[in-house]
Design a binder for this molecule. Structure first.
Ligand code: PEP
Ligand code: MG
Length: 322
């Protein structure tokens, strides 16, 4: 089975009707690039930079970050590398000792909220990412956007980081794309506005499920209620994809759902053309892509999207995959 899958490594991910699908890798450290390339990933769709910041006492310097980001940008040899700015807090604590000192860490000062509260920390990371953009096809991805004010502030800080590099005559890609994670229900509902203002969107289903269903993704006592197939979750995903298409912007899914081959056809039916996942899942998802005819999906996908009950969605999904 594994051997059969391995043979697909060089095969292009194209549906039976000839639509090309991008299958990108999620990585956490530069060393993950090797596994991504071995799996045939055509880009890094999510570089979770927080691992550079975890399990240590100090912040990594701009230079240390730059070296890590440049290593990935160069290793991917012109393929896109989507670097997500710091997403620390909640399930990703820097210091496990200080974890859960507030009542609701997932609703607290995390990700972009933390970066906007710590502009010097953010400035150093933005400069490091921008500097790396000179060495490959780098994109910037902002986690946990919720409102337009955060986006405005972020764009302002990116402009400031760019200006500081120009002043020092340090090269970077002036046209580096800036995208946003859609992982808060409010952002999914307002996806049209985010799609117009950003260069691309990436749907973080792990957090989108958590926040839509009010289920702590780290809490075992409610793990059985963490339902990727809840109709509300599916509707938010589909709506975000449609909003991006309408604005003419690329959109991907980079949460765990993107790496679940059982969900590949459904997501293709929602209009998704770009997936980012753990490298270990790429070949299984590619096999699904290769065996799928997009025009044949529409009837069943419409049934799935109009179903009010995740238990009724399971059999529909089985039919879709049959
Ligand atoms: C997500 O929330 O789906 C996501 C991709 O980000 P993370 O799992 O790092 O929060
Ligand atoms: Mg997330």
């Amino acid at each position: 089975e594994q051997q059969k899958l391995k043979r697909l490594k060089q095969t292009k991910a194209v549906t039976l009707d000839g639509t090309a699908i991008e299958l990108h890798a999620n990585i956490e450290i530069p060393e993950d690039v090797a596994q991504s390339k071995a799996a045939g990933a055509t880009g890094v769709g999510l570089y979770r930079t927080e691992f550079l910041f975890m399990n240590r006492r100090d912040w990594p310097t701009e230079e240390e970050q730059f070296l890590a980001y440049r290593q990935v940008a160069e290793a991917m040899k012109g393929m896109p590398v989507t670097i997500r700015t710091l997403d620390i807090g909640a399930d990703k604590q820097i210091d496990p000792e200080s974890a859960r000192t507030c009542a609701n860490p997932a609703l607290s000062l995390r990700a972009i909220r933390l970066c906007l509260a710590e502009p010097q920390l953010f400035h150093a990371q933005l400069r490091a990412i921008l500097r790396a953009s000179h060495y490959g096809k780098v994109k910037i991805l902002i986690p946990m956007l919720c409102n337009q004010g955060e986006l405005r502030q972020t764009m302002h800080l990116i402009d400031r980081a760019k200006q500081s590099l120009r002043d020092e005559k340090i090269p970077f890609d002036e046209l580096v794309p800036v995208g946003g994670m859609i992982e808060i229900p409010a952002a999914a509902i307002a996806a049209d506005v985010f799609a117009r203002k950003l260069d691309f969107l990436s749907i973080g289903t792990n957090d989108l499920i958590q926040y839509t269903l009010a289920i702590d993704r780290t809490d075992d006592t409610v793990a059985h209620l963490y339902q990727p197939l809840h109709p509300a979750v599916l509707q938010l995903i589909e709506r975000t994809i449609k909003a991006a298409h309408k604005a003419g912007k690329p959109v991907s899914v980079c949460g765990e759902m993107a790496g679940d081959a059982r969900l590949t056809r459904m997501l293709l039916g929602f209009g998704l053309r770009q997936f980012s996942m753990h490298p270990a899942n790429i070949l299984a998802v590619k096999r699904q892509v290769l065996q799928t005819s997009l025009p044949k999906l529409s009837l069943m996908v419409r049934k799935i999207l109009s179903s009010p009950d995740s238990e009724k969605i399971e059999p529909l999904l089985n039919k879709l995959n049959a």
